[in-house]
Design a protein around this ligand. Structure first.
Ligand code: NAD
Ligand code: WQD
Length: 368
């Protein structure tokens, strides 16, 4: 198999950031967590939170939307080493070798394609990748007796029918694109697997809108090509890579006419995974958690806050609505607080400041 060790960083090089979980290098490894797709945006931040909490981390990624440099930087931030496998999670034989070589306690499944527009153009590619990675992980877990899986789901599964704020017991709704349907289908597959195996623990984490970056400015979101999502687009306008932002629609039934979303700092989201791991290791069956702040902000508020906090003008114009956009999407975040003991700690100003800190230090992302 093609296996690539990124290398380790001397522990004395660790830069101690003010993690809200813990920043203790002396903790004994608690569990070994396999991050499928862990070199990506959310996976790399989660790796930092897990390592800072004393867990061991293994990453398996094919780098279809990321690069090994992100993992090297995780090691630099934490002063800990990460075992890195370059492989396609769909390749069950190669994935099996990861399980046979390591005592994996739990899997976090980030390995998916995530561009909504691209999923409309290439639905088969999306269904193949996102469903097959899930099946491949479940097969290997079954073969090697691994009983805990955390899944990167999305608020998109609430679909068009459900009213905001979304609560976990609402039925999954109708999605407007194949990407969303893959999340609905994968949730169903994982639930069915847990029904069939009473020893299995499945935690479905429904992320809202992750933005921001680690406060070191060393890791962050690095989209390929023209960003689809708002915050990376704003950041690229700020750094001069794009001329101006187009705000999609100002005639929605919202306070200022632009869409409102539940933006969550990626480091808060990452810390939520540590809590979810603790929960999964202690429970059986399926549990669903929203990971959001519960507070929506409009597109205009995002632009204004980014400008104010960073002292940078973001040239912007108002354009027509983007197909498929809902006026509002935000969480009821009570369940994660009451059961996981998790809530967000960083505000919108932190999100805007940390996004800019990453972008200005890495104007071309990881490709310098
Ligand atoms: P990302 O693209 O940065 O990370 C996904 C990682 O998975 C990448 O490193 C990619 O190379 C890898 N990958 C994809 N297919 C693979 C395969 N077949 N084999 C091995 N590796 C593979 O995306 P992200 O923003 O970090 O998102 C992580 C997960 O969270 C995804 O499943 C995404 O759908 C979900 N999610 C993301 C958001 C968001 O706004 N970022 C919101 C809700 C849910
Ligand atoms: C936010 C707001 C846009 C770009 C998507 C997926 C969702 C989830 C998160 C994975 C909207 C507006 C955007 C721009 C703009 N991903 N906007 N100009 O659409 O809420 O969610 O990412 O699961 O499934 O659909 O996020 O960042 O694309 O948009 O005005 O150039 O910003 O219209 O109102 P979205 P987003």
């Amino acid at each position: 198999m093609s296996r690539k060790a990124v290398g380790t960083v001397d522990k004395t090089e660790k830069i101690c950031y003010n993690s809200f979980i813990t920043c203790n290098m002396e903790v004994d490894p608690m569990s070994t967590i396999l991050l499928a797709g862990g070199a990506g945006y959310i996976g790399s931040h989660t790796a930092v939170s897990l390592l800072d909490s004393g867990h061991d981390v293994i990453i398996a990624d094919n780098f279809s939307n990321s690069c090994p440099e992100a993992v090297s930087r995780v090691e630099k931030i934490t002063g800990k080493s990460v075992k890195l496998y370059e492989l396609d999670i769909k390749d069950t034989d190669k994935l099996s070798a990861v399980f046979s070589e390591n005592n994996v306690d739990a899997v976090i499944h980030f390995a998916g394609l995530k561009a909504v527009g691209e999923s409309v153009e290439k639905p088969v590619v999306y269904y193949r990748n996102n469903i097959d990675t899930t099946l491949s992980l479940l097969e290997c877990m079954s073969r090697y007796g691994v009983k805990n899986i955390i899944f990167s789901s999305s608020a998109t599964v609430y679909g068009e029918e459900n009213p905001v704020p979304y609560t976990e017991e609402m039925k999954r709704g109708t999605c407007t694109n194949p990407y969303g349907w893959t999340k609905v289908m994968m949730e169903q597959i994982l639930e069915d697997a847990a029904k069939a195996d009473p020893e299995l623990s499945v935690v479905l984490l429904r992320y809202f809108n992750p933005i921001g970056a680690h406060e070191s400015g060393m890791i962050g979101e690095d989209p390929q090509g023209i960003p689809n999502n708002l915050m990376p687009y704003v950041a690229q306008v700020a750094v001069g890579r794009r001329e101006k932002l187009t705000i999609f629609g100002r005639d929605y039934e919202t306070p200022d006419g632009t869409c409102r979303r539940d933006y969550i700092h990626v480091c808060d989201l990452a810390d939520g995974h540590v809590k979810a791991i603790d929960y999964a290791l202690d429970h059986k069956g399926t549990e669903v958690f929203n990971l959001g702040t519960g507070t929506p902000y409009s597109v205009t508020e995002i632009v204004e806050t980014f400008q104010r906090v960073n002292g940078i003008e973001i040239p912007h114009v108002y354009g027509s609505r983007r197909a498929g956009d809902l006026p509002e999407s935000y969480a009821n975040a009570d369940k994660a607080l009451s059961i996981l003991g998790w809530k967000t700690r960083r505000d919108l100003a932190d999100m805007c400041r940390d996004t800019w800190n990453w972008q200005k230090n890495n104007p071309d992302g990881y490709r310098k």
